[in-house]
Design a protein around this ligand. Sequence first.
Ligand SMILES: Nc1nc2c(ncn2[C@@H]2O[C@H](COP(=O)(O)OP(=O)(O)O)[C@@H](O)[C@H]2O)c(=O)[nH]1
Ligand SMILES: Nc1ncnc2c1ncn2[C@@H]1O[C@H](COP(=O)(O)OP(=O)(O)O)[C@@H](O)[C@H]1O
Length: 402
Amino acid sequence: MGEVQEIFSDDVKEVFAVGLDSEARGYQTATILGEKIFVIGGSSDGSTLSIDVKVFHKSTGKWSVPKVLGTKPTPCKGHSAVLLNKERILILKRDSTPEDCAWFLEVDTPFIREQKKILNVDVVAWSKGVRGYSPKPIVISGPSGVGKGTLINKLMKEFPSMFGFSVSHTTRAPRDKEKDGVHYHFTERSIMEKEIRDGKFLESASVHGNLYGTSIEAVEVVADAGKRCILDIDVQGARSVRVSSLDAVFIFICPPSFEELEKRLRARGTETEEQVQKRLCNARLELELGRSSGLFDHILVNDDLETCYQSLKKLLGLDVSMEATQQQSQKMVDAPLGDSESEMDQKVLIQCRASELGKTSKNWFVLDVSSIKGGAPGRTRGINMYAIDPFADGQYGIKTSS
Ligand SMILES: Nc1nc2c(ncn2[C@@H]2O[C@H](COP(=O)(O)OP(=O)(O)O)[C@@H](O)[C@H]2O)c(=O)[nH]1
Ligand SMILES: Nc1ncnc2c1ncn2[C@@H]1O[C@H](COP(=O)(O)OP(=O)(O)O)[C@@H](O)[C@H]1O
């Protein structure tokens, strides 16, 4: 995409996007939300700008700097800002690639309201916009020894380019064949506790006496690689993810019997007798919670491994041909531009100058955020962008799609 020149939106009454003090400080935008003005942009190294956030309070005339969660956008040469639904500010980076142009600063989403309560400070959070309808992340839970790891490994081996594993942090000691950064990020309790307080985790829980957690980065790395994220987490973690904005599919794996679970756990031979006892004791509660809580979308019994694996593939839609899947997603991305007021609400018209097409050439794009999914912490998925010729036949007409 070329340089973003102008932005129009039906929200224009709510939007206040101007360059402030641009000579001295670089490019900034100011977005009004109630009595707050979010000033985004700021410190410049001469050619690029670091995207900082500060808030001006109209009622007191004072400035404050909120706690900023998530990975912030890399420096750019400027940006534009559009307020969406009074809850998030869409940031379009100038001179950026299509993959890196759309970011969201969440200022009043459910996640932000929750974080404000937990951290007891003013909070905002960055979330990168991902184009297209990437499939939902998958949360897999179940008692220790039921076969979660075995099933996940099979899936990753058969579909290496489709799935990516969310590498959790844990304070437990590595097992013989476990590698740091591959199976887990093995860490110290005090470090992990500080990182949790700093808002770096999507969820965390104490399991079998150790601390486990999914960092926001662990999930984002997989989304950035264009893969579907798989999380192997316990029932408490699944509950936290359920109320987060990750918008995942939740699968619980059960053993055929408690005796079989005990047999598998012992046969694996990775735990001491004391640890086995603790895991079996916790398994009873986990099985009760998993089967009855309504938290999980699907429950699979892992009796015969191959049968269970085929059921898992089926519910993930992997039994249909790839051709059919691709045709379906193409259709969604090509959805025609509606002309009613409500449908226009979250469509942003962007005028770009594509330098490679010559100085006078202008390109118009519609950035459609009406059906976005997910959000901070993590990526905001489902952004649709397509080129249009706004002057064709005197009205908006679709020229091409991407
Ligand atoms: N909440 C949460 N649980 C996790 C995470 N990573 C692993 N777990 C869970 O912690 C439990 C123990 O994992 P682990 O020590 O690898 O033993 P295993 O389940 O016997 O393979 C399992 O139920 C995992 O699903 C995480 O990031 N968050
Ligand atoms: N359906 C199955 N039948 C028999 N053994 C299994 C089955 N699924 C997994 N296992 C074995 O059970 C043990 C525990 O599996 P694992 O994947 O490590 O469980 P989890 O990750 O849930 O703790 C492993 O030794 C694995 O090979």
